[in-house]
Design a protein around this ligand. Structure first.
Ligand code: G4P
Length: 195
């Protein structure tokens, strides 16, 4: 999606070969009008596939997920990474490891909001190693719901996330794919290296 590529090139920074800083419109400050355009694009791709819920993981997945859910006219469910004093029974839980952040956390979803009649679209900001998405899929399957696909804004194509999800028979849809990064240089998968 050209619009997102342009935004990444104008406002994003490749901190190193692995981390893209997009704090100005996604991870810290959110540009709601821009985010709505991205959510609409994801919704358009999955239109007509019978989605009943959009699921995301706190926190940066929430903004693209809310606009996708709005466009599809379905509720959005936020999976939790932090233990909660109020969300404490009838839960599905699974352990997730983040390679990027070097942390483990228990991903939690209430049994109330996703059930066996649901067809669920997973929406997140980044796809890197696919561990978060794999954890979300485990929880959706614990609820005996079906997975419509995994949609992300930014796919790091040099990480194994897509392969892992597709191997599980699930479609991956990304708005942009980054094939490589180095300090201050970002290359997209569908563009030739100018050098
Ligand atoms: P995976 O989800 O694909 O397995 O990847 P990994 O565990 O390695 O990374 C998960 C966390 O790291 C996610 O944030 C994800 O958004 C973030 N992340 C991965 N690559 C990048 C990157 O290049 N730039 C930025 N800014 N973030 C990246 P999270 O733990 O869910 O935190 P939150 O920001 O959503 O609260």
């Amino acid at each position: 999606m050209q619009l997102l590529k342009d935004k990444i090139l104008s406002e994003g920074t490749a901190v190193n070969e692995d981390i893209l800083k997009v704090d100005s419109f996604l991870n810290h400050q959110v540009d709601p009008k821009f985010m709505e355009v991205l959510g609409d694009e994801i919704a358009r791709h999955f239109e007509g596939s019978g989605i009943t819920r959009v699921v995301t993981v706190e926190s940066s997945g929430i903004s693209p997920a809310i606009f996708t859910a709005k466009a599809l006219g379905v509720p959005m469910v936020i999976m939790k990474k932090q233990p909660s004093k109020v969300l404490n029974d009838h839960l599905y839980q699974t352990m997730v490891t983040s390679f990027t952040k070097g942390t483990n956390y228990e991903l939690t979803m209430s049994q109330k909001y996703v059930g066996e009649s649901d067809h669920v679209l997973v929406v997140d900001d980044f796809l890197a190693n696919g561990e978060t998405a794999a954890g979300v899929i485990r929880l959706i399957r614990m609820a005996h719901a079906t997975v419509a696909g995994v949609a992300v804004l930014i796919e790091k194509a040099f990480r194994p996330g897509r392969e892992k999800i597709e191997r599980a028979g699930i479609e991956v849809f990304s708005l942009v794919k980054i094939s490589s990064m180095s300090k201050d240089r970002i290359l997209f998968a569908d563009e030739e290296d100018p050098e």
